[in-house]
Design a protein around this ligand. Structure first.
Ligand code: HEM
Length: 570
């Protein structure tokens, strides 16, 4: 009996080691791919001598270099000792993953529930603070197979990372979505958020112009959607003028409707209660999005057993991503047919929809467009909904700010455009301030493609960097009264602080550099229009204590959003 158990364990271990090697390889392959492209470009440009070091065009400051710098080794970086021991035996267990590394340490540090929590760190990135409080601003977590993680929080360190990231930065996250797309759907690349190197560049380039055009063309539709949302609020109010406990879902519907207007050029009726029959596209998209988001959280923040066996969370993820895929592929097919029709008729290709315009780019095929749309729905819709929810919350807590916003929005006509929105200084400052306090993507991640020196520590290429910029709201080093909602701080300095030379890196809700969010304009237009419409009509209150962000990768508010919307007499 025990012999057969041992044999089974041995066979399983061989199987697992094989798979683990495969996953490790993909990270290493991404770095090699990026370096190959960069070398090829140097060769193509005919340069034989080393290129002069270029400052990133995204940087407004150049990091200071100390003369006679003395380096400390990677091993000198402080971090939980227990993990060094764990990492040695790590190769023997069939699990791995960046987030898991963090989970295990949390367990060791806080004596967390071993099985109750299934080694999950609950996804709350604020607990990173514990590490910084114990080990200082640079913390090393020993990971499996040499893929160590370094946690950073200081803006000057972010600056050094972004300075060194080159043309093809690599992001490390969402293995579950990558596996779904590459293994289940057999797509050759996992989408703009997850892909690297030239594949990423091709997809990113195909998106930039069409996104700009669609925001410019569809902002009128987005304004109408925000008007419908205000009507929906009026319908949803109970006798205390409060929203139902699942108001979070209503905000999600608003965000999906805006995204569908911009990307599909369709009104899917998310805000129309009659359109949400269980068989409608809108219903399937909404269910798919909510289900997939939850499943991704479960898959990413715990044992990555789903890499080897079909866990319940993995099955839920596949089911819901399939649901989203089925709906979106219908729209993609429609766009292909419509574009073909226009091309066959020899008609003008100047007036094409967002989806059609993607197909006009060289090398973009149906599966690229599918993954683009999926990323937009999964990441974009969630991020925008989270931002809108927290801005409403911060306004509800700050009646003084509401008075100011109301004074500002009253000066504009109902049918404002994007240019008007940009002129509303106070409203714009409120959006920035809310994003500073509660960014929907609180952790930025990169895999180093070069060795780098941070705080005199030499950090080797291949290291995973997790950057927790949102923790700067917890000290007063970069922002005065940093935990307060103070939109006015954005008036005196472009970056909302003391004008410190690294201030630009103290709040980076849309990320930074070549991989920064490419839909910032769209997101800001949606949120600006929403707040404009809501604040004209209502005074917002919240009477149930503090709301925190879950601070997960796909963050969400941890409490129900029972806002009270009191009708204003204009
Ligand atoms: C307020 C709303 C949003 C916020 C705060 C936000 C934030 C972010 C952040 C922090 C990143 C990672 C940047 C980095 O690693 O440097 C990102 C990337 C991305 N976002 Fe957004 N986002 C928002 C809305 C959207 C929307 C609406 C869409 C789609 C329509 C979208 C699509 C993407 C994509 C495709 C990427 C990957 C870009 C790349 O790797 O090249 N985001 N976003």
């Amino acid at each position: 009996m025990w012999r057969s158990t041992l044999r089974n364990q041995f066979l399983r271990q061989c199987f697992v080691n094989n798979i683990n090697r495969k996953f490790l390889k993909s990270s290493v392959a991404a770095i090699s791919q990026v370096q190959k492209i960069e070398t090829e470009q140097v060769v193509k440009s005919g340069s034989t001598s080393p290129e002069p070091i270029q400052t990133s065009p995204y940087l407004s400051v150049v990091p200071k270099k100390t003369l006679n710098e003395q380096f400390l080794s990677f091993d000198d970086i402080p971090g939980p000792k227990s993990l060094r021991m764990i990492s040695k035996f790590w190769g023997m267990i069939p699990v791995m993953g960046t987030e898991l590394t963090v989970s295990i340490i949390q367990y060791f540090l806080s004596g967390g529930k071993f099985f109750g929590g299934v080694l999950s760190w609950g996804g709350n990135a604020s607990f990173f603070k514990k590490f910084f409080d114990i080990y200082g601003p640079v913390v090393r977590l020993h990971g499996a197979f040499g893929s160590d993680v370094v946690l950073l929080k200081k803006p000057e360190d972010a600056c050094a990372i972004f300075e060194s990231e080159g043309k093809y930065p690599i992001r490390s996250c969402l293995d579950s979505i990558e596996k779904y797309r590459v293994e289940c759907r057999k797509y050759t690349q996992p989408g703009p958020f997850l892909t690297h190197g030239s594949e990423w560049e091709k997809v990113r380039k195909s998106l930039e112009q069409p996104l700009q055009t669609t925001v410019a063309e569809q902002h009128g539709k987005i304004r109408k959607i925000c008007e419908s949302f205000v009507e929906r609020i009026t319908i949803l109010r109970n006798k205390q003028e409060e929203m139902p406990p699942d108001f979070k879902v209503e905000i999600c519907k608003w965000s999906l409707e805006c995204l569908s207007a911009a990307c599909l050029n369709k009104d899917l009726g998310f805000l129309n209660p009659h359109c949400l029959s269980p068989t409608s596209d809108s219903s399937k998209l909404l269910d798919g999005l909510l289900g997939a988001t939850e499943a991704i959280r479960r898959c990413e923040y715990g044992f990555h057993l789903w890499k080897f066996v079909e866990t319940p969370a993995w099955k839920v993820l596949v089911k819901n991503c399939d649901k989203i895929d089925t709906v979106l592929s219908k729209h993609v097919e429609e766009a292909i047919t419509s574009l073909k029709y226009k091309q066959d008729k020899g008609g003008s290709l100047e007036k094409v929809s967002f989806l059609e315009s993607l197909f006009l780019h060289d090398g973009i095929i149906k599966e690229d467009v599918m993954t683009i749309l999926l990323d937009m729905y999964l990441i974009g819709a969630n991020a925008t909904a989270h931002t809108a929810a927290f801005l409403l919350y911060h306004l509800s807590r700050n009646p003084r700010c509401q008075i100011k916003i109301h004074e500002e929005v009253r000066k504009y006509p109902e049918n404002i455009g994007r240019d008007d929105l940009k002129k509303m200084k106070y409203l714009q400052a409120c959006i920035k301030e809310s994003l500073r306090l509660d960014p929907p993507i609180p952790i930025l991640s990169r895999v180093l493609s070069n060795d780098i020196t941070i705080h005199h520590y030499r950090i080797p290429k291949g290291t995973h960097i997790l950057f927790a910029s949102h923790l700067n709201k917890m000290g007063n080093e970069y922002f005065e009264d940093s935990s307060w909602f103070k939109p006015e701080r954005w008036f005196s300095d472009e970056h909302g602080g003391f004008g410190n030379e690294y201030q630009a890196f103290a709040s980076m809700p849309f990320g930074y550099g070549p991989r920064a969010c490419l839909a910032k304009d769209l997101a800001e237009t949606e949120i600006g229009m929403l707040i404009f419409k809501v604040c004209r009509q209502f005074k917002i209150e919240y009477n149930y204590g503090d709301i925190k962000s879950s601070n997960e990768l796909l963050a969400s508010p941890t409490k129900s959003l029972k806002f009270r919307f009191v009708k204003r007499v204009l």
